[in-house]
Write a protein that binds this ligand. Structure first.
Ligand SMILES: Nc1ncnc2c1ncn2[C@@H]1O[C@H](COP(=O)(O)OP(=O)(O)OP(=O)(O)O)[C@@H](O)[C@H]1O
Ligand SMILES: [Mg+2]
Length: 383
C-alpha cells in the first residue's frame, strides 16, 4: 500500500469548505433587495418594537436560507435585543418538534422532559421571553414541510397569538417556502389568516450571468488558480441552467476537482467535468426515487414498463395497468403529477384528438430507470 494515501499537500482546494452545502459565502451578490426587505422587517425589533412578519418565496437554491443566515449574522453582531432562531422544518415537521427546537435555542437548555404538552411548552417559551426581554426572530425554513404534514396553522397561530396575549412579546417570523405550488392561505385557518399579514419577499431564479458570477466567486475563494478553466466553468453553468440550480454547480465543481486530485493532476480535465455531471444526475435521480412511497414507486414502475422510445403511454393507460392492490385512479393521477414535479417524468397534453389526454414520458433510459426503481424497492432500502 502507498504510504501517502491521506496526504493533503497535493490538494487543489484552497478552502474545501467553500463547496459545502452549509457554507455561508462572504460574497453574496444579487440579493440586495431581498436582504434589505428582511432587514427592514427586523429593524423595529432593535428599538423594542414589533418585528414584522415576512414570507420568503422562490424556487430551490435561490438564496432564501442564505439571506436569512446573513441577516442573522448581522443581528448577532449588532444587538442583544433580538435572538435569531433557525428551524429547519424538513427535520422538525411537527408542532412539538418546532416548539421544542425554539425552546432549546432560546433557553440553551436541553429539550423539555417527555410528556410536556405543546401548551406547556408554549407557556414556558412565553415566560422565558417575558423574563429576558429578548425577542425571538424565528425562521421557519422550508415551512412547506409543515404544510405537507398539515401542521402549519397549528404552529403559526400560537406564535402569533403570543403578541396578542402579552403585548410586550414582539417576536417576529420569517416563513420560507420553496414549493411554488403552495397557496399559503389554503394552509391557514380563519383565525390565523386574520392575524398573519406578512410582507412577501420574492426570490426569482438566477440568470445564467448571475449563476456564472456566483460560481466564479466560489472558484476564486475555494480553488487554487488555474485548477478549473473558464470553458469548464461555462459547461458547468450551462448544465446548472437546465435545472436553474446553483447548488448543482457547487457540487459539480467539487466532484470534478476531487476527480482530478484523485489522479494527482494539477488541474481539472474536461472528462472530470463530464463524469461529475453524469454522477450528479444519477445520484440525484436515485435520491428522489429512493424517497418515494411504495404506491408512488408502483406508478413510476408501471409507467416505465409501458414506455418505449417510440411510444409513451397515456396517463389513463398507466392507471389502467396498475394492479388491483395499487392506488385508485384519483390517487394515481395525483402521483403522476407529483412524479412530474420531482422531474422523473414529463406529462404532455396531446396536441390532437378529443379530451384531455396526457402522455407520460420518462426522463432517462428505460433500463437504467427500472434498475433504480428495483434498487429503491428492494427490502432494506427504506427506513
Ligand atoms: N447570491 C448568492 N451568492 C453566493 N452563493 C449563493 C447565492 N445564492 C445562493 N447561493 C448558494 O447556493 C446554495 C443554495 O442557496 P440557499 O440554500 O440559500 O437557497 P434556498 O433558496 O434556501 O434553497 P432551498 O429552497 O432549496 O432551501 C448555497 O450553497 C448558497 O451558498
Ligand atoms: Mg433553503
Amino acid at each position: 500500500m502507498k504510504t501517502n494515501l491521506l496526504a493533503w499537500e497535493e490538494t487543489l482546494f484552497r478552502n474545501p469548505d467553500v463547496f459545502e452545502l452549509s457554507y455561508v459565502p462572504d460574497q453574496f451578490d444579487y440579493r440586495d433587495d431581498q436582504t434589505e426587505a428582511l432587514a427592514f422587517a427586523v429593524r423595529p425589533g432593535l428599538r423594542g418594537g414589533k418585528i414584522l412578519d415576512t414570507v420568503c418565496r422562490g424556487p430551490p437554491a435561490t438564496g432564501k436560507t442564505t439571506s436569512v443566515k446573513k441577516i442573522f449574522e448581522l443581528l448577532d453582531d449588532t444587538t442583544e435585543l433580538v435572538r435569531p432562531v433557525h428551524v429547519n422544518c424538513k427535520i422538525d415537521s411537527t408542532e412539538y418538534a418546532v416548539f421544542s427546537r425554539i425552546y432549546t435555542a432560546l433557553t440553551k437548555r436541553s429539550a423539555p422532559a417527555s410528556g410536556t404538552s405543546n401548551k406547556q411548552l408554549l407557556d414556558l417559551l412565553a415566560q422565558h421571553i417575558r423574563k429576558t426581554g429578548v425577542q425571538p426572530l424565528i425562521c421557519l425554513d422550508d415551512a412547506n414541510y409543515l404544510m405537507y404534514e398539515k401542521q402549519f396553522t397549528n404552529v403559526l397561530y400560537p406564535l402569533l397569538r403570543m403578541h396578542e396575549v402579552f403585548p410586550e412579546i414582539n417576536l417576529g417570523l420569517i416563513v420560507v417556502i420553496s414549493d411554488p405550488r403552495i397557496d399559503i392561505n389554503e394552509h391557514l385557518d380563519v383565525r390565523t389568516r386574520s392575524t398573519f399579514h406578512p410582507e412577501i419577499v420574492y426570490f426569482p431564479p438566477y440568470s445564467a450571468r448571475e449563476i456564472a458570477g456566483i460560481l466564479n466567486a466560489r472558484v476564486k475563494a475555494g480553488l487554487y488558480p488555474n485548477v478549473l478553466s473558464a470553458g469548464q466553468l461555462d459547461t458547468i453553468v450551462e448544465t446548472c441552467m437546465k435545472c436553474g440550480d446553483v447548488r448543482m454547480g457547487l457540487d459539480l465543481i467539487r466532484r470534478a476537482v476531487m476527480s482530478a486530485e484523485k489522479d494527482a493532476r494539477r488541474s481539472v480535465g474536461d472528462s472530470d467535468v463530464e463524469q461529475a455531471i453524469a454522477a450528479h444526475l444519477n445520484l440525484h435521480k436515485l435520491d428522489v426515487i429512493g424517497a418515494l412511497s411504495p404506491d408512488e414507486l408502483l406508478v413510476l414502475k408501471t409507467a416505465a414498463m409501458l414506455f418505449t422510445p417510440e411510444t409513451s403511454p397515456t396517463t389513463k393507460e398507466v392507471i389502467d395497468a396498475l394492479p388491483a392492490e395499487g392506488p385508485k385512479s384519483t390517487r394515481a393521477s395525483e402521483i403522476l403529477n407529483l412524479l412530474e414535479v420531482l422531474g422523473l417524468v414529463d406529462l404532455e397534453y396531446a396536441t390532437s384528438g378529443a379530451g384531455r389526454r396526457r402522455y407520460v414520458h420518462i426522463h432517462g433510459e428505460k433500463d437504467e430507470f427500472l434498475k433504480l426503481i428495483a434498487a429503491a424497492g428492494s427490502p432494506g432500502s427504506k427506513q
